[in-house]
Design a protein around this ligand. Structure first.
Ligand SMILES: Nc1ncnc2c1ncn2[C@@H]1O[C@H](COP(=O)(O)OP(=O)(O)OP(=O)(O)O)[C@@H](O)[C@H]1O
Ligand SMILES: [Mg+2]
Length: 235
């Protein structure tokens, strides 16, 4: 892989919270317009990995390069400005802002506009004047994704966007994810508990266990080998 075509490159990353180290020796590269599933059971460090890329954790060692530039000393807002978008676990919608305000508050110029987000999620357009806490869980998740898109990111980090949603909403959001991965010039990192769903929409997969990468390869490879997948995740 040509290093110049990598959007994100982590080398020997150790990170955690204060003195606590959660991630050990994390190294991987994400080419432009690629998609990566991050799997692993509860507490292995998936959220910590996304948080470390964004700048929410304590970095103990290693390097984080974004478009060939070392960003590990930059604050979160600088990384956002450079094109990193984050859909946090648990959505974090502003309850006292309307749907539309939730979207526009994080807006940056670029191809993603209110119109395009409403086009992607017509349900949000119908609820544009509702408050953030007066919409369903599925709508909140769509709003969280829409808000990240309004920041016009090149890299979209998503932490369990399907968590706790009804199957019909899961299907709708998966459809949108597939569209974002295939048709837009986005690089997507998808943290997900439902391994099968994540593997179906991504090109590559990384499995974490106790803060370490225990598998890295094509998603199709693990999808075709359920026994190995179960082994990797249940350990
Ligand atoms: N703010 C924090 N301060 C200290 N330790 C934390 C903090 N957040 C998470 N941890 C610890 O870091 C480890 C990894 O947690 P993390 O949230 O990254 O796991 P995860 O893989 O996202 O789990 P889940 O699937 O439950 O979301 C756990 O041992 C957790 O207790
Ligand atoms: Mg998590």
């Amino acid at each position: 892989m040509n290093a110049m075509s990598d959007l994100l490159h982590l080398r020997g990353v150790r990170a955690g919270y204060g003195a606590t180290v959660v991630l050990e020796d994390i190294a991987f590269a994400l080419p432009e317009r690629s998609s990566l599933a991050v799997l692993g059971r509860n507490g292995v460090g998936k959220t910590t990995l996304l948080g470390t890329i964004m700048g929410h954790t304590t970095l103990h060692g290693g390097a984080i390069e974004y478009r060939g530039k070392e960003v590990s000393q930059l604050p979160v807002y600088e990384r956002s400005r450079l094109g990193m978008g984050f859909v946090p676990q648990g959505r974090w919608i502003f309850p006292s802002l309307t749907v539309e305000e939730n979207l526009t508050v994080a807006g940056r110029p670029g191809p993603w506009t209110l119109e395009r987000v409403y086009d992607l999620f017509p349900g949000l357009a119908e609820r544009r004047t509702h408050m953030g806490n007066q919409i369903s869980g599925g709508e909140q998740q769509m709003l969280a994704i829409g808000r990240a898109l309004m920041g016009n990111p090149a890299l979209l980090l998503m932490d369990e966007p399907l968590e706790g949603l009804a199957p019909i909403i899961v299907d709708a959001i998966l459809g949108v994810l597939q569209r974002l991965i295939r048709e837009e010039s986005l690089t997507v990192v998808l943290v997900e508990q439902s391994a099968r769903l994540a593997l179906e929409v991504t090109e590559r997969v990384m499995v974490l266990n106790r803060g370490c990468i225990v598998f890295s390869g094509p998603s199709a490879e693990l999808l075709a080998d359920p026994a190995r997948l179960a082994n990797l995740i249940v350990v």
